[in-house]
Each structure stands twice: as structure tokens, then as C-alpha cells.
Design a protein around this ligand. Sequence first.
Ligand SMILES: *Cc1c(COP(=O)(O)O)cnc(C)c1O
Length: 238
Amino acid sequence: MPNIEHNIAKLYQRIATAAEKSARKPESVLLLAVSKTRSVQEIRTAYQLGLNHFGENYLQDALDKIEQLKDLAIYWHFIGPLQSNKTRLVAENFDWVHTIDRLKIARRLSDQRPSGKKAPLNCCIQVNIDREASKSGLAAEELEKLARQMLELPHLRLRGLMAIPALSNDHQQQSQSFAKMTTLLRQLRAQIPAAAPQLDTLSMGMSADMELAIEEGASIVRIGTALFGPRSPIKDKF
Ligand SMILES: *Cc1c(COP(=O)(O)O)cnc(C)c1O
């Protein structure tokens, strides 16, 4: 088993270095532990070491873990592709959804959010920032419209934007994609000033590119491999 304690320490160092480089506070970046394919024991270990935000992609696996870990005060983030027949279980069991790219899904999540006992579901709109045919996420031009519609939904709280940029070894190109996201969020705040204070989230950056994302303004980095070690390709269907 990889040394999760050591990995967390290294990750906080990487976050601090990247934040300092861009004159940001390290505390302004949330480390979201991506625990897809990981066991409940690994999640418990990471939790005991101070992490309390965990991200999952596969709903059924996630629900099993959420049930087994309900003694812990964990914020669960859904970061996988979301079909409409799965929205109810996500609305009932998660605190965040990062991958909303159409109104139908947003409406269902709001309608199905158990009212009263839970806070609104925190949401990010996924942007297909590099316009890849294979990727989910909506085009930048459609963002304002969906944001305005989502702001009308009573049980959702729109928090910002999420992206998975195209795989690339070209750091400059990756930085440009992250910078575009920062510009899009700034534009959205200007277009809808009443919502500006709540639009505080940019979910971008993974194990290999988190520094670039932080330097361009990421507020949540989604980290799996650098925290828990390599994933088994058999378990990881994504
Ligand atoms: C798996 C996954 C991650 C984590 O990727 P690593 O490279 O292992 O850090 C982040 N975001 C999403 C949406 C993922 O599916």
C-alpha cells in the first residue's frame, strides 16, 4: 500500500509552491481526494490524516462506500459522467456534483434533493474547454444560459466551473486551457452580478497538472494517483 501520509505531505508542498508562485494563499486551494477504485480502508486512512473531501466517479461503488463510511464527516463529490436515471441517488447522497452540462440533469437533481434535512447541492458546470468531441461538458458560449437557469433551481447552489483539459505534454497549451476557465468564471460573475459571491469555485487540475491549474486559479484540485498510487486499470472503467 502506498504511503498515503507521505503523499499528502508532498501534495501540500506542491500546492504551497504553486500557490506562492502565483501570489495565492495555499489555503485557497482545496485538495479533493479522488477515491474511485479505492477501498474504504484507504479512504479511512486518508480521512484520519486530515482529508475530508472525497470524489467518486462510479455511482454504485460510491454508494457502498458512503454507507460504510457514514460514521465519518466526509463531504462527497460526484465527479463522473451523470445520466438522468442516476440523478436521484446522487441528489440524495452527495454534497457536490462537478459534472453538470445540461439543464435536464440540473432540474432533476434539484427536484430530487431531499428538502429540509440537507443543504443545497453544490454544483459546478463542466466546460468542454478544448472542444474535444469525446468529452462531456458544454461549450463556453452556452455557459451563461445554463448558469442563469440553474440559479433559478431552489435546491442547487451553483458554485462555479469544472474542466478536464485535453491530455497533452505541452504545458503552455495546458496553462492556456486553465487560464480560459478563469476568464470564463470572471465573465460569468460580470454577466450575473447577483450570483458573483457564490461563484467561487474552479475545479481543475489532477495529479499530473495540478501546479499549472493552481497557477491559473484553481480552487479545487482533484487528486487520485498522487495520493493513493496508480489505479488498477481493471477496476478503473473511466
Ligand atoms: C480520476 C479522475 C481524477 C483524478 O485523476 P489522477 O490523475 O489520478 O489524479 C480527477 N478528475 C476526474 C474527473 C477523474 O475522473
